[in-house]
Ligand binder design. Structure first.
Ligand SMILES: C[S@@+](CC[C@H](N)C(=O)[O-])C[C@H]1O[C@@H](n2cnc3c(N)ncnc32)[C@H](O)[C@@H]1O
Length: 312
């Protein structure tokens, strides 16, 4: 076990050394090959706790996560431009190489979400939607056919590309909205959403993630649900980890760590009401009227494993 851990860490550091020497991270055969090697290494070995690694390795991980985030942004941007150049972009969305991963991840997130909310949300925010907002598109197309999606990204070019993908679609163009701003500058608008999704790459380190989570805890409506992405085991070489205990101001409802090709763990949490037992604020009344089940806080990991296996 100890030996296996050393082998994985050695391999990841070796790949990091190669990636960090690249002139740029734009998609190319060589860049794709290195990231594929990295993802394969990290998804085939689950039993590894990165918090126990040396400070030196932790510093390498922090740098690697930033490079992965940059490469992911460039890959999504590249494919978004290609897909958006077609007359009906959404007919070509499956050409994105990680389409099936997103399909599984959005199904997982929807399953987890609906085990805590008996009614589909009317207004949903997705923070860090990027140039290829696949999760919003999939949720809107397959699972939440009447929900309005408010996509937030601080990069205007990401939003412009994302808008081009849905603007010609008669349904999604009416339900997808794009807001160009750093989420740290959004306060009152956050109260309007029954559900908020937080992308893995918003808050790239512990401090950054903590600051976004604290901001959401301060401004989301009491009783609203937060769905956020984390990483577990060796997958923590690729994405920032959110420890459920870091979710101050929220009640953690469920946590799921995938073991298949899906990389991100998913955490579902509910923003505390003023008094969790009694629905005091008008927003809580509104949520209760919409059928949000505030009393049902059971852990659904086992059931989820079953549901997901059934759909695998
Ligand atoms: C590569 S993308 C897409 C999301 C990715 N597929 C995921 O699940 O994390 C991440 C996006 O988050 C945006 N972003 C990062 N920090 C943000 C913040 N504080 N406010 C708004 N957008 C942010 C970036 O501009 C970038 O386009």
């Amino acid at each position: 076990m100890e030996n296996q851990k050393e082998v994985i860490v050695g391999k990841v550091c070796e790949i990091y050394a190669k990636i960090s020497k690249l002139e740029n991270l734009n998609p190319s055969n060589h860049v794709n090959e290195l990231f594929t090697q990295l993802v394969t290494t990290c998804t085939t070995h689950c039993e590894l706790d990165v918090t126990l690694l040396s400070q030196e390795v932790k510093e390498t991980i922090a740098k690697l996560i930033k490079l992965c985030g940059k490469a992911e942004g460039l890959l999504e941007s590249h494919y978004s431009a290609i897909i958006g150049s077609h007359e009906n972009p959404l007919n070509h969305i499956k050409s994105f190489p990680y389409y099936s991963n997103y399909l599984k991840l959005s199904h997982l997130e929807f399953t987890m979400l609906t085990s805590h909310c008996t009614q589909v949300p009317s207004q949903l925010a997705f923070i860090g939607s990027g140039p290829l907002p696949l999760t919003s598109i999939m949720l809107a197309t397959f699972y939440m056919k009447n929900t309005c999606f408010h996509n937030y990204d601080m990069d205007p070019s990401a939003n412009a590309k994302a808008y081009d993908l849905v603007s010609s679609d008669p349904d999604l163009s009416k339900r997808m909205f794009f807001h160009t701003t750093d989420i740290a500058h959004v306060s009152n608008a956050l109260k309007e959403y029954n559900v908020v999704f937080l992308a893995a790459l918003v808050g790239m380190d512990k401090k950054g993630k903590e600051s976004v989570i604290n901001h959401l805890a301060k401004h989301m409506a009491p009783g609203a649900v937060l769905v956020l992405r984390s990483a577990h085991g060796a997958r923590a070489f690729l994405y920032p980890v959110v420890d459920p205990s870091d979710l101050k101001g929220f009640e953690v409802l469920s946590v799921f760590h995938p073991t298949d090709e899906v990389i991100n763990s998913v955490i579902v949490a509910r923003k505390h009401s003023v008094n969790p037992g009694i629905l005091l604020s008008s927003k809580c009344h509104e949520l209760a009227a919409e059928g949000f089940n505030t009393l049902n806080h059971r852990n659904v990991i086992d059931e989820l494993s079953l549901t997901i296996d059934e759909h695998a």
